[in-house]
Design a binder for this molecule. Structure first.
Ligand code: HSE
Length: 416
């Protein structure tokens, strides 16, 4: 009997922000024909708004229950999630997960398990919560026509940056607020160091371009290095600072991909994406730009994506990874970017790394430069990720044609 004809009997792992949201959302959608049979939790002593007999701490009770045909994994521990998801797939149960870290770090193995055991594994909630970007990239956009995917994909950092810029909160206050609201990961360094965003980018790359890349191999940075000096620069120019994940097809077909803070100007759709909202701009050959906007974190927005995956299981939906099979392309580091870098003191500016320096300013504490660099310079993180340095992309960061290089002499004159 196919899952389409069955009632969906769910074994749910986790009853935190998203899990409890899903429980409530399912109660309001009886037409779905889906019910939660059991919920596996870690801390039985916690008070929860659901009948006590629904809960267990024994994972095997769910994984070995033949009546349970769908496992929904919504825990924050990626290692425990790995065991749950792989065991469920091997047992032939459909799986829905929101665990970006698990998925990004184990995608090749998870792909093989889906194929071997012929089981669907859906994870729309893992990228941009309420925005249906995975399924859109998977189904709608042909790789050949997909010029770029650019997005704010982490709600917590966007919330923190918004609260700092608009309400003058300091970083720690804004982070605490993001934690209280339930946007941040249990380990918020995943958010603020850009790891959550690069995990999401890694997943998006698979569905956009058929490229499987471990997140640790993708250049990324977060928002912890941003300085007051950078905020002043942004204000003077009319920019906002956002943490942006991007993947862009280069003229030879390879893909440039990274997560970096970026100055965003008013002409960009991402400029108006504030607080925990996410936004994704998709550029394609004939459609030009399309903009997806929605809540990127939080209980109900994330639960809505999980619900949509559960609902899709009724008609046996599964990702086909078509681009992975047919049009796989590779990442490149051979392109140029226009960046702003600020340093503590003029002495530390490694101007030899720039192809061209277009602007610079300094005060008694910091110096900043705007210039063009070859992306491969960022592979050596020692100079731009060091303490008190910050690197931010300019709007329209990709430089198609490299202007003539400033001569060494001129360069030295500037920094004499
Ligand atoms: N911590 C994540 C974020 C949750 O802030 O975007 C949603 O993936």
């Amino acid at each position: 009997m196919s899952i389409q004809q069955k009632q969906l009997n769910i074994g749910l792992f986790g009853f935190g922000v998203v899990g409890s949201g899903l429980y409530k959302v399912l109660q309001q959608t009886p037409s779905l024909n889906a019910q939660i049979n059991k919920v596996c939790i870690k801390h039985p002593e916690k008070k929860r708004e659901a009948p006590g007999d629904l809960f267990t701490t024994n994972a095997e009770l769910l994984l070995q229950d033949e009546n349970i045909n769908v496992i929904v994994e919504l825990i924050d521990d990626a290692e425990a999630a790995y065991h749950i998801v792989t065991t469920a797939l091997k047992a032939g149960k459909a799986v829905v997960s929101a665990n970006k870290k698990l998925i990004a770090e184990h995608l090749p193995e998870l792909l093989a398990l889906q194929e071997k055991h012929n089981t669907p594994f859906l994870y729309e909630a893992a990228c941009c919560a309420s925005i249906p970007v995975v399924r859109n990239l998977e189904e709608y956009y042909d790789n050949d026509l997909l010029a770029g995917v650019t997005g704010i994909v982490n709600g917590s950092t966007n919330y923190i940056l918004t609260r700092i810029a608009e309400d003058k909160l300091d970083f720690q206050q804004a982070l605490l607020q993001a934690q209280i609201e339930g946007f941040a990961e249990s380990d918020p360094t995943l958010d603020i160091e850009g790891i959550d965003a690069v995990n999401k980018l890694s997943i998006l790359l698979a569905h956009a371009y058929g490229t499987i890349e471990h997140p640790s191999a993708i250049i990324h940075s977060g928002i912890t290095q941003l300085q007051e000096h950078d905020a002043i620069f942004a204000k003077e120019k009319g920019y906002k600072i956002k943490l942006v994940a991007q993947a862009r097809k280069q003229p030879n077909g390879d893909i440039a991909a990274f997560v970096l803070p970026q100055f965003v100007d008013q002409g960009c759709q991402l400029y108006g994406v504030g607080n925990e909202y996410n936004g994704v701009v998709i550029e394609s050959g004939f459609a030009d730009k399309q903009f997806f906007y929605g809540k990127g974190a939080g209980s109900f927005p994330t639960a809505s994506a999980v619900l949509s995956d559960v609902s899709a299981l009724r008609y046996d939906y599964r990702y086909e990874y078509k681009k992975l099979r047919t049009q796989k392309v590779k990442l490149t580091t051979d392109f140029y970017l226009r960046v702003y870098v600020s340093f503590e003191g003029l002495f530390h500016v490694p101007h030899e790394r720039f192809e061209r320096i277009e602007e610079w300013s300094s005060n008694d504490k910091r110096c900043s430069v705007v210039g063009i660099i070859h992306f491969s310079q960022l592979l050596d993180k020692g100079w731009w990720k060091k303490k008190n340095a910050s690197l931010i992309l300019l709007p329209d960061a990709f430089v198609d044609r490299l202007p003539e290089k400033v001569t060494k002499k001129e360069d030295e004159a500037v920094f004499a």
